[in-house]
Design a protein around this ligand. Structure first.
Ligand SMILES: [Zn+2]
Length: 171
């Protein structure tokens, strides 16, 4: 396993739309394991391959601290196949936008189809935190960062704060 470097805004690689994997093979297994290791090392709850500069539709997340019944999840080619009309506004944060958070409007519930680590097609439906996490991570695969859902003014403020932090800590 290897710990990878997490890209931060405004890195243009965060804007690349990721390609589907043909199947979950040994290389995708390795990527899933590396993403997990990196996510835990960075104290994050989720990570998409896009965030480490890998152009593949693979995400991992672990929100078992809040949803103990849900094991750490590894997904390839996740796709939202249903969204609730109801929306919620909740705070979000992201390893690619260090030390910042902001309220984002999301669908309250979503259903996702994906390939699991055994290359089996699965579906997972979630609401609230799980739905937020799925939408946030799948957004990354489409080159979208949560700050894109904010007003231009709020987004600029956050980008400026991140630039200052990067200078200060030479990130
Ligand atoms: Zn993120």
């Amino acid at each position: 396993m290897a710990r990878l470097t997490v890209l931060t805004v405004p890195d243009p690689r965060l804007r690349i739309k990721a390609e589907p994997v043909a199947q979950v093979d040994e290389a995708v297994h390795q990527l899933m394991a590396d993403l997990m290791e990196t996510m835990y090392a960075e104290d994050g709850a989720g990570l998409a391959a896009t965030q480490v500069g890998i152009n593949k539709r693979v995400i991992v997340f672990d929100i078992s601290e809040h949803l103990p019944h849900l094991p750490p999840m590894k997904m390839a080619n996740p796709e939202i196949i249903w969204r609730s009309k109801e929306t919620v506004i909740e705070a979000e944060a992201c390893l690619s936008v260090p030390e910042q958070f902001a309220n984002v409007k999301r669908h309250k519930s979503v259903r996702v189809r994906y390939l699991d680590e055994h290359n089996q097609s699965q579906e997972l439906e979630g609401e609230d935190l799980l739905a937020k996490c799925l939408q946030h991570e799948i957004d990354h695969l489409d080159g979208i960062v949560y700050i894109d859902h904010l007003s231009t003014l709020k987004r600029q403020l956050i980008l400026q704060k991140v630039q200052k932090l990067k200078k200060l800590f030479k990130l």
